[in-house]
Design a protein around this ligand. Sequence first.
Ligand SMILES: Cc1ncc(C[n+]2csc(CCOP(=O)(O)OP(=O)(O)O)c2C)c(N)n1
Length: 574
Amino acid sequence: MNVSETSAAALVARFLKARGIDRVFGLCGGHIMPLWMRLDAEGIRIIDVRDERAAVYMAHAHAELTGQLGVALVTAGPGVTNAMTGIANAFVAKAPVLVLSGTPPKRQENRGALQDMIHTDFVKPLTRYARTVREPELVLQELDQAVSAAFGHGGEPGPVYLDFPVDTFRGEVPKVLELPEQMQGRPRDKLLPDPAAVKRAVDLLLAAKKPLFISGRGARGAGPQLAKLLDRFDALYLDTGESRGLVPDDHPSVVAAMRGSVMTEADLIVTVGRRLDFQLAYGSPAVFGEAKFLRIGDCAGEVRDNRRGAAEIFATPSAALDTILEATEGKKGSADKEWASTARTKHLARASKLVESMKTAPAGKDGLMHPNRVLAALREALPDDAVLVADGGDFLSFARVGLPASTYLDPGSLGCIGVGTPFGVAACLALPGRTVVVATGDGSFGFNAMEIDTAARHKAPLLIVVANNGSWAIEVRDQQETHGKVVGTRLQFADHAAMARAFGAHGERVEKAEDLPAAVERALAAVKAGGPALLDVLVTPEAVSSDAKSGLAWVPDLQPLTAWDDAERRWRST
Ligand SMILES: Cc1ncc(C[n+]2csc(CCOP(=O)(O)OP(=O)(O)O)c2C)c(N)n1
């Protein structure tokens, strides 16, 4: 190898290894070759993908599922521009991802060199830290600082970016500069809550008649404390896509199927590590009425966005909840138990009605099966601890409510459809032994369909279920209802199973609901044997999902859903 052990590239590789990184997702190129080769020399596994965007999606999913740093390595110029959507998605999701790249040698800069771009100019707004490292001796310090920023030391977590001129990668670094303190780093300190803020929070909780907790990304790691608090205050609970599985579905506070009504009825809303974004009506009084807010989080974006709390605890959520538990030991709140138990009963009734109706959901006038039939067949066959990656428009909406999952990923609040297969590949590799299912619309599958090749080559035992309705269906419906004309939103009923087979995966097309159970069984057997499988299931585009009904695709002016938009208009005119 022509890149020495004392090169900056070797130091980057050793740094990553010292930080526990055992895999890097990437796509090769000359500008990053020194690092690519040194990663391999250090025994770091390279998951080589087919598009840089997928590499960042995979690093993102790896970070979300393991709590570790996700690392992507992409080449200069188009490698970085291709990675941009992945970076944007990690930025919005606050996922700790390190994206590494290269640039032309310093002595060719700005001379029209191959793949020469100032990447940091366009990466900066979507990262927590973005720099070009020109001096080999400063490599370690830059990496240390970037990784701290990725985990949100002193700010919000999210993606960070570093690139290196290729001659910097090849440059030598004196061994003495390999400082153990920078190699090892330190985990993020726990932020302890201010006692005065805790007192205000406790007063609110003790007085609340109808407390509703809503969790998000920042609540991960605080599940046990959350469950105890829900019990202590007879509170109700809603998760979001970011925090699914944190509190088990059989906990008596879980009322997911009653989301809309409990949001309007509660008198105290406790957000734990959750933004009040479009999924929560921006916390608007038009939807939440007179309710008070208690905000708990460790970054400003999850404590102060849109609605200020009557109490706000700026602290690590698990530490904040521990302190509240200690302060309320032996005390009981004033909750209206009747409210909570009625909501729970209705939730259970609705949830089981849905499961039953899914099994017999009627076909469309076109004779094609309802997407819920696919989900019903999967419900029957999947183990309880299956990992679900949902992707699509209508089909995402059906899958989100129709499939249980204690580990769940989806396009998130960026609405970044196309993440399905890359997220699924990373999930398989991060969680060996767990069954991973990607439930995706055909349009969404297309974005990164080539990653089926990555799944096959890396033996990722992934089950991909494509709900093939030959269209971007949620957009078709919006056009039909809002504009009376369908333009540019129909696809073809392409044979995705044939595509999967072309790359060595198990692939089957399913056209009839009665054929589903056996097809799912064969696909799961293929997955068990160690490779990816794809079921291309023809479904009707006529099935109307809850996201289509709620107006999400239509994008109203004031609120994301029609009912909330109407409520906001009424509230503003009072
Ligand atoms: C990258 C990106 N492009 C476009 C959109 C807009 N969009 C949201 S859902 C959707 C349709 C998805 O179609 P498909 O995956 O086939 O699912 P279906 O609605 O047919 O079930 C589109 C185009 C988006 N959110 N993200």
